[in-house]
Design a protein around this ligand. Structure first.
Ligand code: NAG
Ligand code: NAG
Ligand code: NAG
Ligand code: NAG
Length: 511
């Protein structure tokens, strides 16, 4: 659930695949939930299919273009899918793939890239993937590594990568630049950085500091985070805990008052409670800010569509004006409310989170493919004429019907299941997994699609995102999998915490 909008290279979307024949398997809902073993094996099967296609046609590039058996490099060409797949291969205990990945990681040259580097994307995918691999392979899954040198290299390469990135924080305020040019040690000249891109570094950089013993990594991220925890000027915090979306790199002050739980601001809120889970003694003030944001969201952002008073979404805002628009990206919110509710023993937060999970479930089950759209709205004054009856029935209209193999809805089903033990959420996750794999399977893997509300999903847009491995397949697997110490705890006592890319880290003092 990230968070900021992922940029898919335009060249990829324009690649001339449109003349190829398309697979058009229509999705049909299965009434019976098969045994758990069958469900976990099906998810592992999808993971291995996607991995094999990537390994054959794209490795060690970043992504597979499944329809054309080609590759993309949207994440600096360091092998994003391989690094992002590691922690999922680990929890699924796919030893051969684990070793293919950890044999490769020591060979990455993180100082070398021809394209702009995103501090945020690099942190959540590469740093997150390697640190999680290190935590598992020095901990409960150590037996899966054939070569201990490769395990140590996960931490060494994490330090190397962070050292390469760290000049981003060398600004007057300590708020980093997000977009870096390694060749010139420069940046894109932006005057502001975003809430999510600044506020979704702290977990990874603090974990690296704790594992490496070099506190500088954590201090860099913590200094930037201080501006987010103590926002100025006051109009940029329209309600307590809910803040704007852009921060001046020069001064650390907020430059607007737009926000909510959509892409660009989302994972700042996610990490407030996750830092408290990581280490409640060092990060209790993060939990205080999270509680403020949650209370304000429940009081001011909760919104039910006119034709469907039974469902709840969270609105976005500009100052105190609401905008009735949400996104697939925002659908991690239910899971995050539930997680925090468990940890802080707040049943009201869990109950509200379950309402949000139900709203996002509706965005899935109402479409032709049983997959939810990228962006949707519920302002009755803004419904396109051709969606009027759809809106009357469903309570939302589709603003962007694409689906880019995003995880957030299944992620929230996972937290809902872990909190309640209610098999309904496993059914929802199984239904979503069936719908997604039936609709997006093409060529050597799984592809983004153009229209979730067209039979068969519209066009294949020929891109298999790295977070398909890291997130969708991990949450789809874990919700049906056996108990393990890395599974989210029902009692709110977690030994592991998942970064925003679904890479689990051992909590501080958890070893
Ligand atoms: C283990 O990995 C290291 C670093 O990748 C490599 O140099 C070494 O040859 C490997 N050892 C074995 C036994 O494969
Ligand atoms: C600790 O990390 C910082 C930030 O990357 C780096 O500049 C410094 O050299 C590191 N210190 C040691 C002792 O490695
Ligand atoms: C909020 O809406 C009011 C009334 O339409 C408008 O005057 C005001 O400028 C809006 N505020 C923002 C921050 O957009
Ligand atoms: C949608 O509902 C409104 C209010 O009930 C009604 O006026 C309108 O005719 C309906 N539109 C369609 C297309 O069903």
């Amino acid at each position: 659930m990230v968070r900021i909008k992922r940029v898919v290279a335009v060249a990829v979307l324009l690649s001339g695949a449109s003349a190829l024949p398309r697979r058009r398997k229509l999705y049909h809902r299965q009434e019976e939930l098969p045994p758990a073993e069958e469900r976990t094996q099906a998810v592992i099967g999808a993971f291995r299919t996607a991995w094999d296609g990537y390994y054959q046609y794209a490795f060690p590039n970043d992504e597979l273009l499944p329809q054309t058996n080609d590759f993309g490099n949207s994440r600096n060409g360091w092998g994003a899918s391989a690094v992002d797949a590691l922690s999922t291969a680990l929890v699924m205990q796919q030893k051969d793939i684990v070793n293919q990945i950890i044999d490769y990681i020591p060979t990455i040259d993180y100082y070398e890239t021809k394209t702009e580097v995103s501090l945020f994307e690099t942190t959540i995918r590469y740093l997150g993937g390697m640190l999680s691999g290190y935590d598992f392979l020095t901990g409960p899954l150590a037996d899966l590594a054939d070569n201990k040198t490769n395990v140590e290299a996960l931490l060494e390469q994490s330090k190397t990568l962070a050292n390469a990135l760290s000049y981003a924080f060398d600004t007057p305020s300590g708020v980093p630049y997000n977009n870096l040019n390694f060749a010139t040690r420069g940046n894109d000249g932006a005057s502001d950085n975003g809430l999510a891109t600044v506020g979704t570094l702290i977990l990874e950089w603090v974990r690296l500091a704790d594992l490496s013993g070099n506190s500088t990594y954590g201090d860099l991220a913590a200094k930037a985070e201080q501006y987010l925890l103590n926002p100025t000027p006051s109009p940029s915090e329209p309600w307590p805990g809910l803040v704007g979306s852009a921060i001046s790199i020069e001064t650390g002050v907020f430059t607007n008052a737009n926000g909510g739980w959509n892409g660009g601001t989302d994972s700042f809120y996610e990490y407030l409670i996750k830092m408290y889970i990581y280490d409640p003694s060092r990060f209790s003030d993060f939990a205080d800010r999270w509680v403020l944001a949650i209370d304000s969201s429940i009081a001011h952002l909760a919104s039910s569509p006119k034709p469907r008073p039974d469902i709840t979404f969270l609105a976005a805002y500009n100052g105190q004006n609401l905008s009735l628009i949400s996104q697939h990206l925002a659908c991690f919110d239910g899971g995050n409310f539930i997680l925090g509710g468990q940890v802080l023993h707040r049943q009201d937060y869990i109950d509200f989170g379950l309402e949000l999970v139900n709203g996002c479930h509706e965005t899935y089950i109402q479409t032709a493919t049983h997959i939810g759209p990228e962006t949707f709205g519920w302002d009755p004054a803004a419904v396109p004429a051709d969606q009027a009856s759809f809106f009357n029935r469903t309570g939302f209209y589709i603003r962007d019907g694409g689906y880019q193999l995003r995880p957030e809805v299944i992620e929230s089903y996972y937290y809902a299941y872990r909190a309640t033990g209610d098999a309904k959420y496993q059914e929802w996750a199984w239904d979503a997994f069936q719908a997604i794999t039936a609709t997006t399977r093409v060529g050597s893997g799984y592809s983004s699609i153009s229209d979730v509300n067209a039979e068969g999903g519209g066009r294949f847009t020929n891109f298999q995102e790295s977070f398909w491995f890291a997130e969708v397949l991990k949450y789809s697997y874990l919700i049906h999998a056996e108990e393990a110490e890395w599974q989210v705890s029902r009692e709110g006592k977690n030994k592991w915490v998942f970064n925003t890319e679904a890479h689990p880290f051992r909590v501080a003092g958890g070893e």
